[in-house]
Write a protein that binds this ligand. Structure first.
Ligand SMILES: [Zn+2]
Length: 277
């Protein structure tokens, strides 16, 4: 098993989270990528996104330990528990209240189950065929604002202003029960029931990985395919995933080759090799 997460910037706390536990008959893993947004935008919460992802991740790991409880139910309970943990001074109705993508994976009772909400990714090697599940519904909103940001050099004031406009628009479309929008883990447990879920027979799955979008830059930037990525994580030097992505980011500081919201992003990865072998 391999687990690691590293912040995109030295001066900003990591908003990714990863945790896993494995024993001879079962395993579970959770990976989160918190949406902190630009520091210029208010959140209405004194705790902050790193606090939120740590709370949500630990609660999700706790509730999913019962293999008879659906992952959606476990996530809904975790979201509820964290909402209760905010203080009375936190305004949970603020559109910038902390939120996060979620990937949950559980190996129990002969199945490998997954849940994916938001643009983090679950990867499974199923009898040699690579399956990837990622929820890109967020990409369908605020498209014009994204394009304006992507056209500007990363790291400039103009890019930052466009990023603020983009995130402001995204936040307005978050967790709406009617109309256009997308679901993400925040304060509303309803979001759990909008996640992508599925399962595979455990004896057909050779290995799985959970990755934040900082980690899937490896594939997005063309440093390798999904199988290459799994092979890096399976090697004696899995940290190459981090160093190769950082080198690519450094080679394109203005985002000309790979337009992106952040020059360097937090990276998190969990890799569970063939536990049944
Ligand atoms: Zn709070």
């Amino acid at each position: 098993m391999f687990l690691d997460t590293r912040p995109g910037r030295e001066d900003k706390a990591n908003e990714d989270y990863v945790s896993a536990t494995v024993n001879s008959t079962s395993a579970r893993a959770v990976l989160l990528d918190g949406a902190g947004g630009p520091s210029e935008l208010p959140t209405g919460c004194d705790h902050g996104t790193p606090w939120y992802v740590n709370q949500l991740g630990d609660h999700a790991m706790f509730y999913m330990r019962d293999p008879k409880m659906a992952l959606t139910t476990a996530l809904a309970k975790a979201i509820d528990a964290v909402a209760d943990s905010h203080g009375v001074f936190c305004d949970l109705n603020n559109p910038g209240t902390p939120s996060s993508t979620v990937v949950m994976a559980r190996i129990a009772l002969g199945r490998v189950e997954y849940l994916v909400l938001g643009d983090s990714t679950f990867v499974a090697d199923v009898n040699g065929t690579i399956q990837t599940i990622s929820d890109r519904r967020i990409d369908r909103v605020a498209v014009a604002e994204y394009q304006q940001m992507a056209a500007l050099p990363t790291g400039t004031p103009e890019h930052q202003a466009a990023r603020i406009a983009f995130v402001t628009k995204q936040r307005r479309l978050r967790n709406r029960r009617t109309g256009t929008g997308y679901w993400i883990a925040s304060n509303d447990p309803e979001a759990a029931y909008h996640a992508y879920i599925g399962s595979f027979p455990a004896d057909e799955v050779r290995r799985i990985a959970l990755l934040s979008d900082g980690a899937t830059r490896y594939v997005e930037f063309g440093l390798g395919g999904w199988e290459d990525l799994l092979n890096v994580l399976d090697s004696s030097a899995p940290e190459r995933l981090f160093t190769e992505i950082r080198a690519a980011e450094a080679s394109d500081p203005a985002g000309e080759r790979w337009p992106r919201a952040k020059r360097r992003d937090d990276i998190a990865a969990a890799y569970l090799p063939d536990w049944a072998a």
